[in-house]
Design a protein around this ligand. Structure first.
Ligand code: AMP
Length: 220
């Protein structure tokens, strides 16, 4: 089973995709997390990723698509995958369709988490992320048990370099000009499931599970 989680930065894609991947026992591929792991290294590709990510710009498609294809070729991905933060434009969406088709697979569903722009900005402003495992927290809506420490792995929490006001504006801009066109693309293919992403994490999780159940993709 192959599922895409679609939505703007701050919509809750990462949190919900992690929960769903556990429930469905699927590998969770978050391209942002993958890039953040690579960008701390002292390599040419790390430098390239950093130069785009710091500004809130998209990493070039050719790099992104190659890395996703590599992940699709790992044994863990053979039974399915949850994509979070990929695809982000039409070119990437077509490349994903093609990469899956080459492996005799197809995309099953696209979960679009819809959140108002005002809510997105307030969520990003309060976001803290674990340096080690990248679990996201929020100062108000999802604080860790011990402030500054990750509940999952004990790692230290920090604010992402691209959660600044300037980079955030750029990311939302790109979302509305490039990524939002995917809503049409996946509506036309009959794969889009729209879910209201406002409210607490549990309520959104329940809505996603219900929406997928209705479309015969059953979280266990
Ligand atoms: P995210 O963690 O999903 O908010 O992604 C953080 C940053 O990683 C983005 O602002 C981009 O610079 C880069 N990135 C993540 N996914 C993609 C993608 N599918 N295509 C291009 N750049 C990406």
């Amino acid at each position: 089973m192959y599922i895409v989680f679609l939505g703007a930065a701050g919509a809750g894609k990462g949190t919900q995709a992690a929960k769903m991947s556990k429930a469905l026992k699927l590998t969770h591929l978050a391209t942002g997390n993958l890039f953040r792991q690579i960008q701390v290294q002292n390599t040419e590709i790390a430098q390239l990723l950093r130069s785009y990510m710091e500004k809130g710009e998209l990493v070039p498609d050719e790099v992104t698509i190659r890395m996703v294809s590599e992940q699709l070729s790992t044994p863990d991905s053979a039974s399915g995958m949850i994509f979070d933060g990929f695809p982000r434009n039409l070119n990437q969406a077509e490349a994903l369709d093609k990469a899956l088709a080459e492996r005799g697979k197809t995309l099953d569903k696209v979960v679009y988490i819809k959140v108002s722009e005002g809510e997105l900005l307030s969520r990003i402003g309060g976001r803290w992320v674990c340096r080690k495992c990248q679990t996201p927290y929020h100062t108000v809506t999802a604080p860790p048990e011990v402030w500054g420490k990750c509940d999952q792995c004990g790692g230290g929490l920090h604010q992402r370099a691209d959660d600044t006001e300037e980079a955030m504006k750029k990311r939302l801009d790109i979302y509305f000009t490039e990524t939002a066109s995917l809503i049409d693309y996946y509506t036309r293919s009959g794969k889009l499931v729209e879910v209201d992403g406002e409210g607490d994490i549990k309520s959104v999780e329940r809505r996603i599970a219900e929406a997928l159940n209705k479309t015969a993709v059953r979280p266990v």
